[in-house]
Design a protein. Structure first.
Length: 225
């Protein structure tokens, strides 16, 4: 591996865990502090489509046809982003890879760039907690204020504290949808974790803890210049 590549990209991290485990929250906090780019596959795909890049056009054709975006397109979009100035000091992958073939393709792509994944941070959260975290979400549409009926309930059930207006729940946050998302997660999680465990890269963190406690434990795997 080129020493210059390692020196420039100090942090090369994958966040792993079920939906609602806090991957996005921790990624956003740490990306800002350590000047790393936060690469969320959903955001990257939308950006590529909106900017009409070659890969974005290929992705849009797949999505318009109701097909899954192929691994080679996703890997190509990640390659383009990792090579951008925003990722000069490192990257945090959130939501990718999701299969062993994707992980293998990612390894090959990074190896071609004389780089590699450094840590896979696994945020361990029980299914019951995930369901409560996500299905409990309530939002006041006009202001964006958020609540959780289990952890941060409004003063009056179903009503915004400030205006008294009704709170809403996204369809994606319904208990049935969350259970389906967890089923999908468990269909690939064990195999993918085993792949990275065999490489000695998995760092297990109890994601049931408070956000600041999780953050404190995660940041020991990050480096500054």
């Amino acid at each position: 591996m080129s020493s210059s590549t390692v020196r420039e990209q100090l942090n090369r991290i994958i966040f792993f865990g079920p939906p609602g485990s806090g991957k996005g929250t921790q990624s956003a906090i740490l990306a800002k502090e350590y000047e790393a780019c936060h690469l969320s596959t959903g955001d990257m795909l939308r950006d590529a489509v909106r900017n009409q890049t070659d890969l974005g056009k290929r992705a849009k054709a797949k999505m318009d046809a109701g097909e899954l975006v192929s691994d080679d397109i996703v890997i190509g979009i990640i390659r383009d982003n990792i090579g951008s100035p925003a990722c000069k000091k490192g990257f945090i992958l959130d939501g990718f890879p999701r299969t062993v073939p994707q992980a293998e393709a990612l390894d090959i792509m990074l190896s071609d760039r004389q780089s590699r994944v450094e840590h896979v941070i696994n945020l361990d959260v029980k299914d019951e907690s995930v369901i409560r975290r996500i299905s409990g979400r309530l939002t006041h549409a006009a202001s964006g204020r958020t609540y959780n009926k289990f952890f941060k309930p409004p003063q009056v059930p179903g009503k915004d504290d400030v205006t008294g207006e009704p709170l809403t729940q996204r369809h994606d946050d319904s208990e049935e949808v969350v259970k389906n998302r967890l089923k999908t997660y468990h269909s690939y999680a064990d195999k993918l974790l085993a792949y990275y465990q065999n490489k000695g890269l998995v760092r297990n963190i109890d994601g049931e803890q408070q956000i600041n406690v999780v953050n404190e434990q995660v940041r020991k795997y990050f480096r500054k210049e």
